[in-house]
Design a protein around this ligand. Sequence first.
Ligand code: LLP
Length: 421
Amino acid sequence: MDHFLYRNGQLHAEDVNLATIADSVGTPFYCYSAATLTRHYTLFREALDPLPNLICYAVKSNSNLAVLKLLGDLGAGMDVVSIGEYLRARAAGVPGARIVFSGVGKTRDEMRAALEGGIRQFNVESDPEMEALSQVAESMGVRAPITLRVNPDVDARTHEKISTGRKEDKFGVPISRAREIYARAARLPGLKVIGVDMHIGSQLTDLAPFESAYLKMADLVRALRQDGHVIERLDLGGGLGIPYTRANDAPPLPVDYGAMVKRVLGDLDCEIEIEPGRLISGNAGVLVTEVIYRKQAEEREFLIVDAAMNDLVRPAMYGAHHDIEPLIEPPAGAPMAPVDIVGPICESGDTFAKQRALPFVAAGERIAFRSAGAYGAVMSSEYNSRPLVPEVLVSGDHFAVIRPRPSYEQMLGRDSIPDWL
Ligand code: LLP
C-alpha cells in the first residue's frame, strides 16, 4: 500500500495535490511520501518482532538526506556500500553503531574513515579484503567487527543484472570455503568475527530462494560455532520484491518474509539484520513528468515527455516496467490506446514504455511513473546536459523540496577550462 491516490479527480501524494508541486517546482521531479516510507519500515519491524533485530535500510536505493533522517529517527540502521553513503547516513544523524558497511571493493581509505567515525560491522567479501581490513585496523590499534558475506550458490530467480548469490556472481566467499576462511579471519589480529552475512539478489518475488539460502546459513552457523567462533549476528541482506503493477502482481509481504525468517532462523539465538532498500523506498516515490508533444509516426504514436532515461534509467537498463498514471484522473470507461512513452534523449533506448495502453493525455498534461522511489534519483545522471531533477518530500498536507533543481550556471560551473587552452 502507498499514499499516491486520486482525490477529487487529481493524483495526490498523501494530502498534497501533485499538480500543486508541479506548478511550484516545475517538471520533471521526484516526489516521496513520508507516510509510505514510515509504513514500510514499520512493517519490517513488526514482521521480525520478537526476534532481536535491526533493519538496516539499503541507502543505495534512495540516499536523500531527508529520507535517511526520517528512517534514522524511526530507529533504522543503515547498510552502506561506500564512504559517501556512510557520510550521508552520519549527516542524517544515524550513529556509526547502527551502520553496516557492505560492498565488494572497499578501499583502505574507506575502511579507515569508517573505523574512525564508528561502525557497527564490515561485511567482508573476500580474503584480500579481509587482510587489508585487518592491517588497517591494526595500524589504528583497533579490531574491526566483521561478518563474512557468504555466497550460498542459490538462484534468486530475478533479473540477471541484480542476481548476486550464484557461484558465478562476483559477491561474497563461496559457502564451500567458508569454514576455512573463517578460521583464517579468526587468526588475523585486526579483526573480530561476530557474524555471517548474505545477500542473494534484488526484486525477489518468491520466498523459496531466500529460504534455501537461509537454511544453508543456519547449517553454516552451527558448523562455525562448533569450530569455536562466536556468531551473534546474521545479516540476511535485502531483496524482497515489490509490486510494480497494480494488477496481477502480489509478491510476498514483509509479514510472510518475517514468518519464514522466524521459522528457519528463529532458534539460532542470533540478532537478525536485514538490508531492505526497494521495499521501503520503491513504492514511496513517483516521478512526475509533463508531456511535451504527442507525435504521430507511421506505425505508432509517441508521447514525448520531459523526463528521460538519465532521470529514471530502470526501463532502459533492465527493461523494467513502471505503471504510469495521468495526474488528472481519466473518467471511468475512458478509451485506452497504445502509445510509446519516450524521453527527449538522442537514443532509441530512451524509452519508458512501448505500446502501453493509456487514456488520452494531451501535450502540456502531466503523468506520474509509479514505484520510482528506489533506484530512481540515485541512478540519475546529467547525460545530454540535463540537470538532475529535484526531489520533494510530502508529509500530510505539506511538502518540502529536499534537493533543488540545479541551475545551468551551477551545472556548468563544476567544469573548469585549463589556462593553457
Ligand atoms: N544489500 C546489499 C548488499 C545489496 O547489494 C542490495 C542491493 C541491497 C541490500 C538492497 O536490495 P533491495 O532490498 O533494494 O532489493 N538498481 C537495481 C537494483 C540493484 C540492487 C543492488 N543491491 C534496480 O533498479 O532494480
